[in-house]
Ligand binder design. Structure first.
Ligand SMILES: Nc1nc2c(c(=O)[nH]1)N[C@H]1C(S)=C(S)[C@@H](COP(=O)(O)OP(=O)(O)OC[C@H]3O[C@@H](n4cnc5c(=O)[nH]c(N)nc54)[C@H](O)[C@@H]3O)O[C@H]1N2
Ligand SMILES: Nc1nc2c(c(=O)[nH]1)N[C@H]1C(S)=C(S)[C@@H](COP(=O)(O)OP(=O)(O)OC[C@H]3O[C@@H](n4cnc5c(=O)[nH]c(N)nc54)[C@H](O)[C@@H]3O)O[C@H]1N2
Ligand code: SF4
Ligand SMILES: [Mo]
Length: 695
């Protein structure tokens, strides 16, 4: 029998599902989805279930460490927490005295707990808080803003009530968010349709009514043809468009050349199939979700793929609609007060951001900026020197292309501090490693999940730390105290939570029963009449002035992507259900189930190269090559070579994760290939060879 049931929050990926942890004698016995949350239905994904193996893994950083040898050499000195925090604080004080608070850069993985990190940066006096998103969803965010004014999280995906879900560059059933999976399954069970547009057949495709295997990089052309088909055939929602869409006539003129026949030649999807599909959409409207994508740092025009996805949703009247993309509610929409932000403790720094977001790059959201652009500032010293870097829950050396170039850029830094709970290329290359307790051994700040219904949720400590590790609020509090802004140093987790909860009418004890506090019983939808958008015109904008002012077209003429030259393949990548990015490959339970990432190759292409399923193959971009096994299949487009991201680790402390290929290593010069409108790094603009190794 468990002696304790703890309601908490999963930390095996950035989704952060609510969980229930059964604990006996300070050991985790079982983890499941929080049964009190209707969206979870008690379920969990395989990675969430494997959390206990992370907790007990001795191959993770166990105590604070200070570098002794050269960066990345792996010579460390064990330090006490006081020593390590004093070391970081002293170094920082020197750097700040010489270059100012603005010379400190931070990057993390974003998410609901980032308020604490932003406050820490404000305490230091730096505007340079960045997250990982330039290599994830920045193009989607900027596309959303360019059409709706709202960010991508300003609308929800009402999957459960959708009558037709379109997944374009989105593998919902393997790139998992448990509640989204459950919502989509509910839709399918109720007769909803699913269309998948992908370069390969995924688990999502296996459940689809329509699966379109598209030529890699042609999605923008596909979408333009869909828009033309909707408009030319009067299949769009005219009353909605009249009320909410601005410059529809300019859109209509622009899409004129993009016929279905043109799209067939360009994308490889039959004109008649696209037409049938568009008619199905019009029939299901407005309960349609055309997913604008999640990981779309892929092409130089990925921003326009997402932007046209939002435009299609607008034409179907699904932005704001039940079963479509309803507007997300915040606590104030339910007459409630939100959490008090830690960032409110300190004034907003006046300096401009080093990455240029919001001023040099006026169309780029200043919030978390662009980490790759911040690196350019480290390199050039323009607009000012950047000398210290906190890498928190982020592995940029693995998440961005051009590892060698990034390391070179980092040579300009006087201090690199990594806070992490598992080893990563980046923490191995740091000057100081501050090991964090895993999510099962620490509390986090209370966070808000906004949606059709909003709620607060709390991560509690399930068990005591196995090693000499600390929670992030303890680490940052320790530094804040030493750096002279003790307001961020909370003595206990309760003190931190009480700060956040002031004036909300909610108390810390209210979380004890289920880990969550819902701010309403009923979901709130807005009627078509009630909808308004935060664009300058208050409408959904087909022409976005902010882009135009930067010399970037709102409606960009389509350019055909290059086909792979000289028998090469276009590199493509994505997720699998068993791993999270680069940080679960060494997890003993998950590694046992999937220790390597085979490369997907089309059967005909493989045959021509003499490659059989399961053969060892060598992938090369000319200057870098690595080996893995081949997965030969009809279910991938002949132009593409697909790898699950996250493999190919070479770190000494990790013994299980050496197999497979690091896809990012094959993207030479990739740090500078960036979608100019959306800011996302364009990681699939690279070609590689595949061959049987000669020896
Ligand atoms: N080539 C290529 N590049 C990619 C991708 C790809 O598919 N291919 N995917 C992109 C995408 S979608 C993303 S989101 C990024 C992800 O990039 P990252 O955010 O860098 O990836 P992760 O491996 O999830 O996490 C990085 C580190 O954070 C640590 N960590 C995880 N959780 C916590 C925590 O709660 N606290 C602390 N302190 N540390 C933690 C882990 O130990 C890990 O070392 O990579 C992007 N880059
Ligand atoms: N299990 C698991 N779940 C996760 C994560 C994880 O690491 N593991 N990470 C989380 C994170 S950080 C993110 S960002 C999301 C990512 O969620 P998704 O973006 O849905 O996941 P991906 O697998 O990166 O990419 C989706 C699909 O895009 C396809 N694709 C590649 N090129 C093209 C193209 O040119 N056109 C089209 N139409 N499709 C293409 C790939 O084949 C892939 O199936 O997943 C989240 N959930
Ligand atoms: S999707 Fe899986 S790994 Fe991610 S938070 Fe949810 S249960 Fe954990
Ligand atoms: Mo991501």
């Amino acid at each position: 029998m468990p002696t304790k049931t703890v309601y908490s929050v999963c930390g095996m990926c950035s989704v952060r599902c609510p969980i229930m942890v059964e604990v006996e004698d300070d050991k985790v016995r079982f983890i499941q989805g929080n049964p009190h949350d209707p969206g979870m239905a008690g379920g969990l994904c395989p990675r969430g279930g494997a959390g206990y193996a992370l907790l007990e893994d001795h191959e993770r950083p166990q105590y604070p460490m200070i570098r002794e040898g050269a960066r990345g050499e792996g010579k460390w000195r064990r330090a006490t927490w006081d020593e390590a925090l004093d070391y970081v604080a002293d170094k920082l004080k020197g750097i700040i005295a010489e270059h100012g608070g603005r010379s400190v850069l931070w990057s993390d993985r974003g998410g609901p707990f980032a308020d604490l990190h932003k406050a820490f940066m404000r305490g230091i006096g730096s505007p340079n808080y960045c997250n990982h998103d330039a290599s994830c969803a920045r193009n989607v965010l900027h596309a959303a803003k360019s059409v709706m004014g709202l960010g991508r999280k300003g609308v929800a995906y009402d999957l459960k009530n959708a009558k037709h879900i379109v997944l374009q560059t989105r593998n919902l059933f393997e790139a998992i968010n448990v509640k989204e999976v459950n919502g989509a399954l509910d839709s399918l069970a109720n007769g909803g349709k699913l269309t998948v547009i992908d370069i390969r057949a995924t688990v999502s495709a296996s459940k689809a009514d329509n699966f379109f295997m598209i030529r890699p990089g042609t999605d923008y052309g596909f979408n333009l043809a869909v828009i033309r088909c909707l408009l030319a055939n009067g299949l769009y929602d005219k009353a909605y468009a009249e009320r909410h869409i601005k410059d529809l006539d300019r859109l209509e003129q622009f899409v004129e050349p993009y016929t279905l026949e043109w799209a067939e030649a360009e994308t490889g999807v039959k004109a008649a199939d696209i037409e049938k599909f568009v008619k199905e959409l019009a029939k299901a409207a407005p309960a349609v979700i055309w997913h604008p994508g999640w990981m779309v740092s892929r092409y130089m025009n990925s921003f326009y793929v997402s932007r046209t996805a939002y435009i299609i949703n607008a034409l179907l009247g699904s932005i704001g609609a039940k079963g479509g993309l309803p507007i997300v509610n915040k606590p104030k929409d339910f007459g409630r007060k939100g959490l008090k932000a830690f960032a409110d403790l300190f004034p907003k720094p006046e300096d401009k951001r080093a990455d240029g977001a919001g001023w040099k790059l006026k169309h780029i959201d200043a919030g978390p900026g662009l980490i790759n652009k911040a690196y350019e500032a480290i390199e050039s010293g323009d607009p000012y020197p950047v000398k210290a870097y906190f890498i928190h829950r982020h592995d940029p050396l693995h998440a961005l292309p051009d590892q060698a170039r990034v390391k070179k850029i980092w040579e300009n830094l006087d201090l690199i501090v990594a806070t992490t709970f598992s080893w990563s290329d980046s923490s191995w290359h740091a000057d100081v490693v501050l090991p964090m307790s895993t999510y099962l051994e620490r509390e986090s700040p209370i966070a808000t999940k906004n949606g059709l219904k909003s709620f607060f949720f709390r991560r509690s400590r399930s068990v005591s730390p196995r090693y000499d590790t600390r929670a992030d609020w303890e680490i940052l509090g320790g530094l804040a105290k030493r750096l002279g802004f003790p307001a961020l140093a909370f003595e206990t987790a309760e003190d931190m939570w009480n700060y956040q909860l002031q004036d909300t009418g909610v108390s810390v004890e209210d979380f004890d029963a289920t880990g969550q506090v819902w701010l309403t019983d009923k979901p709130k939808y807005r009627s078509v009449e009630e909808l308004s958008f935060t664009t300058p015109s208050g409408k959904l904008e087909m022409i976005c002035d902010k882009l135009e002012e930067m010399g970037l077209p709102s409606l960009k003429p389509y350019e055909s992507p290059a086909s792979p030259p000289d028998g090469r393949f276009r590199i493509a990548f994505g997720r699998c259900a068993l791993h999270t990015q680069g940080h679960t490959v060494n997890n003993p339970v998950l590694n046992e189930q999937m220790p390597i990432n085979p490369v997907w190759i089309n059967t005909e292409r493989a045959k021509a190269l003499g490659i059989a399923d399961g053969d060892e193959v060598e992938l090369s971009n000319g200057s870098y090559s690595a080996r893995t096994t081949a997965f030969v299949t009809n279910f991938i487009h002949p132009d593409a070579a697909f790898l699950v991201h996250g493999f190919g680790h070479k770190l000494p402390p990790e013994t299980r994760s050496r197999r497979g290929i690091a896809d990012q290593e094959l993207m030479e010069g990739g740090l500078s290939k960036v979608d100019p409108a959306g800011g996302g790094v364009a990681m699939q603009e690279h070609f590689i060879t595949i061959a049987k190794p000669s020896a």
